[in-house]
Design a protein around this ligand. Structure first.
Ligand code: MN
Length: 307
């Protein structure tokens, strides 16, 4: 493979799959329980876009989280939320809620859509290391205006939620798994190159349009799952709803567009390499810790920290 410039190559590509979550929300899951531990420290990525309120109006009523971070990024419509710490608010178009559940919160998340009934957003789950799973919960509410939007020399427009490009840092900082979370728009006929840390898990998720995510334009160079046969002719760009997981070992990623533009999320983080015990919205290291969490939830002693 053409790795002579330190470019990361694609390890595997696949498409997000329809599933039902919460109280009956029809969404697409890019990865989750079944991909464990491929995307460590990340656990799950849901794409809840729809033009039909029936798909999302049931929402995600009161439920607990412990041991993880949930990161909600809304691009259209809004998500009403409330929690056991007394927070109430809206995640509106362009906003991010970076929620560290730590020892536990109970919250609800209710997508409301825009005036046309459209909803577009993503929720990412990041795992917490054993030593911080029981930390005090914490919210970072990031409004659209706080997220820097920069234009690179390559002509890419990048919203920096977490991470750094050319000295501009995103508002979410000091997260334990050292993540980067970028929302990138690249016009047709351009190349965007970005440095990544050698030991970090790096993936992209295509929101719209299409691009080539490594120097190889043949799908047969990659382990590809859930891709339709008609996608398999080289050159094979990755389109809407495609998850691109990079192989480790390489200091940069390079994304190239041809006739079409692309918009994608580029996310990276330091793997934890710890045992994972996961049931629903609670992710711990051992089954005993899981049992304790659900027992506490039943007993009403789940929430350790109220403010
Ligand atoms: Mn939740």
């Amino acid at each position: 493979m053409q790795d002579n410039k330190g470019l990361r190559i694609i390890q595997k590509i696949w498409k997000s799959e329809p599933t039902i979550e919460g109280a009956g929300v029809h969404l697409k899951r890019a990865f989750g329980f079944h991909e464990l531990p491929l995307l460590d420290p990340f656990l799950l990525l849901d794409d809840f876009r729809s033009e039909n309120p029936a798909d999302y109006k049931a929402g995600f009523p009161w439920h607990p989280h412990r041991g993880i971070e949930t990161i909600t990024y809304v691009l259209d419509g809004n998500v009403e939320h409330g929690d056991s710490m007394g927070n109430r608010g809206n995640i509106s178009a362009g906003d991010v809620q970076w929620m560290t559940a730590g020892s536990g919160i109970i919250h609800q998340e209710m997508p409301k859509g825009n005036s046309k009934g459209q909803m577009l957003g993503f929720q990412l789950w990041a795992n917490l290391p054993a030593q911080t799973k029981m930390m005090d919960p914490r919210y970072r509410e990031v409004k659209k205006m706080q997220i820097p939007l920069i234009t690179t020399q390559d002509g890419a427009s990048v919203r920096i939620i977490c991470g750094e490009i050319n000295g501009t840092r995103g508002p979410v900082q000091d997260i334990i798994t050292d993540p980067e979370y970028l929302d990138i728009e690249l016009p047709a006929g351009k190349t965007f190159t970005h440095p990544v840390k050698a030991d970090h898990t790096v993936f992209a998720y295509v929101i719209d349009g299409e691009a080539y995510f490594d120097p190889s334009r043949t799908p047969f160079a990659h382990d590809a799952a859930g891709i339709n046969y008609f996608d398999m002719q080289p050159p094979c760009p990755c389109g809407n709803g495609t998850l691109v997981l990079y192989a480790t070992g390489g200091s940069r990623v390079s994304i190239t567009t041809d006739k079409h533009s692309v918009r994608f999320l580029l996310i990276s983080g330091k793997p934890l390499r710890e045992p994972v015990a996961w049931y629903g919205p609670i992710v711990m290291n051992t089954h005993d810790e899981l049992r304790k969490a659900f027992q506490e939830f039943q007993d009403g002693t789940f929430v350790k920290h109220r403010q």
